[in-house]
Design a protein around this ligand. Structure first.
Ligand SMILES: C[S@@+](CC[C@H](N)C(=O)[O-])C[C@H]1O[C@@H](n2cnc3c(N)ncnc32)[C@H](O)[C@@H]1O
Length: 436
């Protein structure tokens, strides 16, 4: 039952749905819970103009699943929308389902968003995800609140650019229901398309049920009672990683007034400010970028209650800074290390996992007897098991007697959950090295 493009009949125009044949491997993976159809010889025959695909097996007249189609994505050509494949799949069924998924996704986060007076400060934040893509059955779509009424939508699938009007209309409805208080200051919606290799300018939109916000791209966000400067612009880095927030909260228990903290790859300083806010009197931030270090220092100024004399910044490669601290015989109680997935120290590029071969021995040298290290890896290409195994064998090389243990750093990622069977969504990994 091979079909060529001409043989397709679109069910409705411009809501275009086509029956297509999937590679047997795709069917196997989808059945196991993986929600993506990646580029292969079969995807090349998918009709370019179809927005939705119904998958079929070779020679089978019945279809399984509805998929959203993204012919222009470099790798992920379609994403699972539903296992069910109704005969009459059309615009109204899609729109109804979209609204219901948005509401479910937001509603389940509400108890955490509306923290009550008993909620500890290190769990309260203005920045949180309302929709986390595949984990919320809204594939290729992430929506996060950066501060009240400032909302960032990220398209990881170009599909959403064709259904933006529908998405914004459903969001208008959902926000009116869940965030009526935003009426006062108004709402700004910012849209980033992250599904293509080229950079696409940020779009600014408003919602029909709310007045427009002030439209500013620079504004403040409060995470755990700490102010951060957000700047939305040309790049995807706007100053605060919301997916790292749960990890910040989870290191609170390691911070005391006596703990010296080293924050390697500090970016705009979120871990450093967190450590200072929650009691550390000696925090060191290291980043290669003078621009981000300036941003960090600006963030410090935005928080007069934080004692900036307890903070030391170093514009340097992580490796050079470690050598410097070693020469000075400096010791730390907590070292946080969050390298980018590939990083350059000005000379050569290295992958985060490889950089640990060099960084870990020095970090261990700098550790107080009862000190802890938190290591992050931000890539879906390496499983947690592999990361753990790698760090475990390096640790064995460098620590002869068994003085430390390794474990997964647990975090309450209520707003950025992972999805079973979907490793691509589980990109952030954290290991805690602690004394026995
Ligand atoms: C993933 S971000 C860290 C995010 C941070 N942990 C947070 O939660 O806000 C990586 C940072 O590493 C910096 N960087 C890249 N290569 C570096 C190197 N070789 N040495 C030090 N910093 C580096 C970048 O400038 C960037 O700010």
């Amino acid at each position: 039952m091979r079909m060529n493009n001409k043989a397709y009949k679109f069910t409705q125009n411009p809501f275009r749905c086509a029956m297509v044949e999937f590679h047997p491997h795709t069917i196997k993976y989808v059945k196991k819970g993986h929600p993506w159809v990646t580029e292969d010889s079969f995807t090349k025959r998918f009709p370019q103009k179809a927005h939705f695909l119904k998958g079929t097996k070779e020679k089978s007249p019945t279809s399984f699943g509805v998929f959203i189609h993204d012919p222009n994505h470099p790798k992920v050509k379609a994403r699972l929308w539903s296992y069910a494949s109704p005969e009459t799949w059309g615009r109204s069924a899609f729109e109804e389902e979209l609204l219901s998924r948005l509401i479910i996704s937001i509603e389940k986060r509400i108890p955490k968003i509306q923290a009550d007076i008993k909620t500890p400060i290190h769990e309260i934040r203005e920045n949180f995800y309302l929709v986390f893509g595949e984990s919320d059955s809204l594939p290729g779509l992430k929506i996060q609140v950066l501060s009240p009424g400032k909302v960032l939508i990220q398209y990881y699938s170009n599909f959403w650019t064709h259904f933006q009007k529908e998405l914004l209309s459903k969001l208008s409805y959902a926000f009116k229901r869940f965030f009526p208080e935003w009426k006062e200051k108004g709402v700004d919606i910012f849209i980033q398309t992250r599904s293509q290799n080229k950079s696409i300018p940020l779009q600014k939109k408003s919602l029909s049920t709310f007045p427009k916000g002030d439209g500013k791209l620079s504004f403040l966000s409060k995470e755990f009672d700490i102010n951060y400067q957000i700047h939305l612009g040309q790049t995807y880095d706007f100053g605060l990683y919301t997916d790292m927030s749960p990890f910040r909260s989870s290191i609170k228990e390691f911070i005391t007034p006596d703990s010296s903290v080293l924050n390697l790859f500090s970016y705009t300083g979120a871990f450093s400010l967190f450590a200072l806010k929650f009691g550390s009197k000696d925090v060191h931030s290291v980043d290669l970028s003078p621009k981000y270090m300036k941003w960090l220092e600006h963030n410090m100024e935005l928080n007069p209650a934080i004692d900036s004399s307890c903070h030391h910044s170093k514009v340097s490669s992580a490796m050079n800074s470690l050598s410097g601290y070693e020469s000075d015989n400096k010791k730390f109680n907590l070292i946080i290390c969050d390298p980018p997935s590939t990083s350059s120290d000005g000379n050569k590029r290295s992958k985060a996992i490889n950089s640990y071969h060099q960084l870990l021995p020095s970090m261990l040298n700098l550790l107080e007897d009862k000190g802890r290290i938190v290591l992050f890896l931000n890539t879906h290409n390496i499983t947690f098991k592999k990361f753990f195994g790698e760090i475990e064998s390096q640790l064995k090389l460098h620590i002869k007697s068994k003085t430390h243990k390794l474990q997964k750093l647990k975090s309450d990622n209520w707003d950025s959950p992972s999805k079973k069977g979907f490793p691509e969504g589980d990109y952030l990994k954290a290991i805690l090295i602690s004394p026995l």
